[in-house]
Design a protein around this ligand. Structure first.
Ligand code: GTR
Length: 401
């Protein structure tokens, strides 16, 4: 009996040792040098655009996200409902089904668009995917409720979107449910567009990933917005929270029609540096969400310091367009400091374009946004997107676009 107990204890301790330990201690983060963003031959913005940018973009495609297909050849849209008295009378809302093949049983996204009613000219628009369905973005009674995987109430995430306040500030808002593109599960690709559109896009499901597919959906939303006369298509800001912030960054990198990129608490695989051992790790993200990135990314699970890039290089690919990175004090899993340092390390490319970056070397205190064309703030509180965050994004868009 004594031996059985001892044996079980040994097995248990071996198991615990094998489990990944998560670090929240800044002294244990490690000090791995970041891969060089610029090489000695890259001296001007033209050099960057011609040689270094395509090189780095290709690295992210090869080792992390896969390919970024273009538009399918036959898209068409169907307006499902227009309400000229939305959000208590201040907005026009439009709900449009955007199909990716001919015919009305083709794969689609359902777009929800709000535009300010009183505006006499096209307006800048924030766009982003939503987690739980368009009906959760606003409690407006005319929002169509679709059966989604986790049915939740009308307006359930209204406080994360604040559509009425965006409208009052002269901005539009457009969104779709990310599950329209691909369900967020390991086998989501089987029913998502990576399968259903593989012929049209001439791309096999394994050539890209769920994150790439969601980002691609944002580009298709942009295609649609270009046809909307109330939208200033030169001022579309792609944004997203958390995993959808990662998707927004990847969309902004690949699709230069996006005038600016806002990453809200995007963390590991988004704005945060992978080499820092703090909060979520490459191994953890690849294990919990094997579908988010391509298989080639998993070879770095144990050794992220051998990656041929780090996330500052992804952010730099957005240059010279305005970039906002935001963190939250209690969101340690996303590594706020890693997000700050990554935005900071993207600066040299913005400098080539004569654009000002963060302009500080130390991480700012909470509620003290820093920077200009690259901006950063740390909000007090949890992993979330709140009105405080939106207020900064509005100010940023007004000043930089
Ligand atoms: C977590 C994941 C993060 C972040 C987050 C979210 O479970 O570890 O990378 O994306 O989900 O999307 O809320």
């Amino acid at each position: 009996m004594k031996y059985i107990l001892l044996f079980s204890l040994i097995i248990l301790s071996l198991r615990l040792n094998a489990q990944e330990v998560f670090n929240y201690d800044e002294t244990k983060v490690g000090n791995h040098a970041l891969p060089a963003l610029l090489t000695p031959s890259v001296k001007t913005a033209a050099d960057w655009k011609r040689s270094r940018r395509p090189e780095i973009l290709q690295l992210f495609k090869t080792y992390m996200f896969g390919v970024y297909p273009g538009k399918p050849p036959h898209m068409h849209s169907l307006v499902q409902l227009t309400d000229s008295n939305a959000l208590g009378g201040i907005a026009i809302s439009k709900q449009v089904r955007l199909f990716f093949k001919e015919g009305n049983d083709a794969p689609f996204i359902d777009i929800l668009l709000f535009l300010p009613k009183k505006s006499t000219k096209p307006v800048p628009v924030f766009i982003g995917c939503n987690f739980l369905g368009n009906h959760t973005v606003s409690g407006d009674s005319n929002i169509l409720i679709k059966a989604v995987a986790h049915p939740v109430a009308l307006g359930f995430q209204e406080r994360r979107w604040e559509a009425a306040k965006l409208i009052e500030n002269g901005f539009g808002l457009a969104t779709f449910h990310y599950g329209d593109i691909e369900p967020d599960s390991a086998d989501g690709w089987k029913t998502g567009i990576r399968s259903t559109l593989q012929q049209e896009l001439k791309t096999a499901p394994s050539e890209w990933c769920a994150m790439g597919a969601w980002a691609w959906g944002l580009s298709r939303l942009m295609d649609y917005l270009e046809t909307e006369k109330g939208v200033d298509a030169k001022k579309v800001i792609v944004t997203g929270h958390s995993r959808l912030g990662k998707a927004a960054i990847w969309a902004g990198v690949n699709d230069t029609r996006f005038a600016a990129v806002v990453s809200n608490n995007s963390g590991e695989g988004g704005a945060a540096l992978s080499r820092r051992w703090y909060g979520e790790t490459t191994k953890r993200i690849n294990t919990n969400f094997p579908h988010w990135f391509i298989d080639a990314y998993k070879q770095y699970n144990e050794k992220p310091e051998t990656l041929p890039f780090d996330q500052h290089m992804l952010l730099a690919l957005i240059a010279p367009r305005p970039l906002y990175v935001a963190s939250a004090t209690e969101d340690r899993w996303s590594d706020p400091k890693g997000e700050f340092l990554s935005a900071k390390a993207a600066e040299p490319v913005y400098e080539l374009f004569k654009q000002k970056g963060l302009g500080v070397t130390e991480m700012p205190a909470p509620e003290h946004p820093v920077g200009k064309h690259i901006r950063y703030h740390l909000r007090t509180g949890k992993h979330d997107i709140l009105w405080y965050d939106w207020e900064q994004y509005i100010k940023f868009a007004r000043e930089e676009l």
